[in-house]
Design a protein around this ligand. Structure first.
Ligand SMILES: *[C@@H]1O[C@H](CO)[C@@H](O)[C@H](O)[C@H]1NC(C)=O
Ligand SMILES: *[C@@H]1O[C@H](CO)[C@@H](O)[C@H](O)[C@H]1NC(C)=O
Ligand SMILES: *[C@@H]1O[C@H](CO)[C@@H](O)[C@H](O)[C@H]1NC(C)=O
Ligand SMILES: *[C@@H]1O[C@H](CO)[C@@H](O)[C@H](O)[C@H]1NC(C)=O
Ligand SMILES: *[C@@H]1O[C@H](CO)[C@@H](O)[C@H](O)[C@H]1NC(C)=O
Ligand SMILES: *[C@@H]1O[C@H](CO)[C@@H](O)[C@H](O)[C@H]1NC(C)=O
Length: 441
């Protein structure tokens, strides 16, 4: 083996060592979308510092433990066929497929893509009755029921770079049945206003709870924020609308927040903003039996920053927050984006530092019935072990990297004299050739 090959191998080895830890760390982003399939939580697209429409796909493997201080993301080798932000996605009830619906896409040939997480294939499904004017619909939320019927309320046709006012909100409820691959549209009754950037939460009773976001009192008026005490409800059984008045603590109106449904009919909301500014409280819970808002935790341990256009998914008892744009009371530019995850234990109502498989109890059967209460001390204990292991691995990586640098430098230094010598002889060759050719011409 010659010195050059040695040099290459040293470089490859040292680079592999130093990149093993961080190769999949995604760019910070917001306006992405997420979906759970079995033990994997997938993330699609979003806007980063360098692109408004990423086509990247990442996932977190929830079957193993991880710590909020280390990046648990893995990049899916196949990106989406389009870049997209402000889209939604839903998983089919059998967990075989994710449907990416709407959003600001870099291609406007359709608004629905189908992703097979096993084969990593992206396809454009043929949907009976699909209305092409839905293309570029964005800033809505989608829920899917156990039969595979998804519900898409309102939304806008805003594009990046278009000023508000040159867009419209849609007075529609679109029904996309992923089982029969059919699309249909209901017009809103006159007492229901369309919304954008709200959250939709499907209750086991078949009611969809719409919270927050923005609306317009008339099609041409400015955006206003509905009160979090005015709860808009859609009944998926009778395709009818109703509303409820909530009470309890004041939840500042907001858009771009997240919502998950936890045990006992509690909807946990997080984040969002008013204009560009942070809203209070960051975290609140709506009990859908009593229609009372409360703040279940004022802990400051492991708490995320205030975020907007992040995602939240409930996996077993954990609400997993990912990415988002950081908000603050005083709006400061440039904006900061997050590529972190944060974990909220919805049983102890506390932010925890590690996602701990053990604390979920026995590995669930497909019915998911057996879950123990999360144990905070286990969470923290494990996170410490995890951190120690991580630091050891990082240290080994660093030592390997540094030592290979030293070795490489030595080799390089030795080689350089040789290369210089070779170069000199090459130059001499060249001169010879020139002289030779000169002679010929
Ligand atoms: C699909 O995955 C979700 C999320 O982990 C899980 O709750 C659900 O039970 C799974 N459904 C099936 C049919 O396996
Ligand atoms: C993203 O869109 C905004 C307009 O909404 C624009 O100002 C900005 O330059 C875009 N960023 C990139 C990286 O394209
Ligand atoms: C398609 O949607 C547009 C806008 O929402 C609506 O005006 C139009 O009537 C729809 N077309 C059909 C065939 O339903
Ligand atoms: C919501 O409540 C208001 C006031 O009680 C009522 O006027 C309106 O018709 C209700 N809307 C729906 C969709 O039920
Ligand atoms: C957290 O603080 C809010 C506002 O001060 C209060 O209403 C709420 O009861 C507190 N929650 C807990 C769990 O202490
Ligand atoms: C973004 O981060 C910088 C540097 O840490 C900070 O000065 C600035 O206030 C942050 N901006 C926001 C909106 O959080």
């Amino acid at each position: 083996m010659n010195n050059f090959q040695n040099l290459c191998i040293y470089f490859i080895l040292s680079f592999t060592y130093s990149f093993v830890i961080c190769q999949d760390i995604p760019d910070a982003r917001y306006e992405h979308t997420s979906a759970l399939i079995n033990d994997k939580l997938y993330f699609f697209g979003g806007a980063t510092q360098t692109t408004n429409t990423s086509n990247e796909v990442f996932y977190i493997d929830l079957s193993s433990t991880f710590d909020i201080l280390t990046s648990p993301f893995k990049k899916v080798s196949v990106g989406m066929p389009v870049g997209v932000n402000l889209a939604t996605c839903v998983s089919s009830p059998d967990n075989s497929t994710i449907f990416l619906i709407g959003g600001r896409m870099t291609s406007t040939s359709t608004a629905v893509y189908k992703f097979d997480p096993i084969s990593l294939q992206w396809t454009i499904p043929i949907i009976d009755g699909f209305n092409n004017s839905f293309i570029n619909r964005n800033e809505f939320d989608t829920v899917i029921d156990s039969k595979g019927k998804s519900y898409i309320f309102g939304g806008t046709d805003t594009k990046t770079g278009i000023t508000i006012g040159n867009d419209q909100l849609f007075y529609e409820m679109n029904l996309f049945d992923t089982a029969s691959m059919t699309w249909s549209t209901l017009t809103l009754p006159t007492d229901v206003l369309p919304r954008i950037d709200y959250t939709a939460t499907l209750l086991p009773t078949g009611f969809i709870i719409y919270l927050g976001g923005e609306t317009r009192l008339t099609p041409s008026s400015a955006n206003t924020k509905p009160s979090f005490n005015d709860i808009l409800i859609f009944d998926t059984k009778f395709l009818s609308w109703s509303n409820k008045t909530a009470s309890g603590i004041t939840v500042q109106p907001r858009y771009g927040h997240s919502a998950v449904l936890s045990k006992g009919g509690n909807i946990i909301i997080f984040g969002g903003a008013s204009g560009f500014a942070q809203v209070y409280p960051d975290l609140a819970v709506l009990n859908t039996n009593t229609w009372m808002w409360s703040v279940p935790s004022n802990s400051t341990v492991n708490v995320p920053p205030s975020l907007i256009h992040h995602t939240a998914n409930l996996y077993k008892i954990y609400m997993i927050i990912a990415f988002g744009r950081k908000t603050s009371q005083l709006v400061v530019r440039p904006f900061n984006y997050s590529n972190n995850i944060y974990i909220f234990n919805t049983e102890t109502y506390s932010w925890v530092s590690s996602f701990n498989e053990v604390s979920q109890g026995t590995p669930t059967n497909s019915d998911g019935a057996a879950t123990n209460k999360g144990d905070l001390s286990t969470d923290n204990g494990n996170s410490l072990t995890y951190k120690i292991i991580l630091y050891i691995v990082i240290s080994i990586g660093c030592i390997a990297f540094l030592s290979s640098l030293v070795v490489c430098y030595k080799k390089y230094y030795k080689n350089r004299t040789k290369i210089e010598k070779n170069l000199m002889s090459d130059v001499n060759d060249l001169h010879d050739k020139e002289r030779y050719s000169n002679r010929v011409v």
